[in-house]
Ligand binder design. Structure first.
Ligand SMILES: [Fe+2]
Length: 291
């Protein structure tokens, strides 16, 4: 029987260690490490901010409310992760690339995998609403050699800031979505419209809280791309409208060097008002670590 002297009594300064010491590290070392780190940082927050019992109850209610908002159509936990900058941090740590390679961003919830292949020059604005833009992409490797045969998918919001799958009754199926294969010069060209930015949902608990605190909730206008090419890492990224007033305050923290585009006045010879030219530098596929 354990004597009183062997009991590790609770102390506020070492409360997290008391928890961590009870974990069985032999059954899953990694999980035990992560959980003990969660305890370490959470206990530190509590020691530092000293919540009252009412504060703590409010925090639990907040988390409960986030959970209750989640269903098949809405994932409030992902939004919490996004708005706290955690999603972009996790993505960035998992897609660390050399400086010249185009950086990754999160794919977001509006991607659709079922867009049919299109011819170069196709107009992906199926309702013709918005300012027409000629888009040209140049796919290159890190030595600036063209990458031919790459599958490029693109998707974007319309001029009111809505994706086609948010407005199935208002926009045509697959509106503002494209799927192309790069030519021998590593090029892809198509016609689209200039997208608009949009506000992230603020009717949930975190959006509501951030709105009260005056945090920015408007995403700057952007176009998504996913590039899949043999011998290269898959690139999922966004190109932002360099003239958008919210460029420096993306609530999802996705604006990175090399991802700011310029909607220029179109050169003569096209009926598009604007043009957008983008270089993508693809990172070579990584060696399998255990190969
Ligand atoms: Fe978006």
């Amino acid at each position: 029987m354990a004597g009183m002297s062997e009991i590790a009594y609770f102390k506020t300064e070492t409360s997290d260690r008391l928890f961590a010491d009870r974990l069985d590290t032999t059954s899953d070392e990694r999980l035990a490490l992560v959980l003990s780190k969660v305890a370490e940082h959470l206990h530190a927050i509590v020691r530092e901010t000293r919540p009252s019992l009412n504060d703590w109850r409010a925090a639990i209610e907040f988390l409960t409310e986030v959970g209750h908002l989640c269903d098949d159509r809405r994932q409030e936990w992902v939004l919490v992760s996004d708005l706290l900058g955690m999603s972009t941090l996790v993505d960035a740590l998992n897609s660390d690339r050399p400086g010249k390679a185009t950086p990754n961003t999160m794919r977001g919830p509006f991607y659709r995998p079922d867009v049919p292949l299109m011819r170069h020059g196709a107009n992906i604005s199926l309702d013709g609403a918005g300012t027409p833009v000629d888009v040209t992409l140049h796919l290159k490797d890190l030595d600036d050699r063209p990458v031919a045969g790459a599958h490029v998918e693109t998707w974007q919001a319309n001029a009111q800031g809505y994706y086609e799958n948010q407005q199935p009754d208002l926009q045509p199926e697959h509106n503002l979505r494209g799927h192309f294969v790069s030519d021998d010069h590593g090029r892809v060209s198509y016609r689209s419209i200039r997208p608009s930015g949009y506000e992230v949902p603020k009717d949930g608990p975190l959006g509501d809280l951030l709105a009260k605190l005056g945090a920015p909730l408007c995403r700057p206008a952007h176009v998504y791309f996913q590039v899949i090419a043999d011998g290269f890492e898959t690139l999922t990224t966004q190109i932002f409208d360099g003239e958008d007033p919210n460029l420096g305050k993306d609530p999802l923290f996705s604006v990175k060097p090399g991802l700011v585009g310029c909607f220029r006045e179109a050169r003569p010879g096209t009926d598009a008002a604007l043009e957008l030219e983008i270089d993508f530098h693809l990172n070579p596929a990584r060696q399998e670590l255990d190969a």
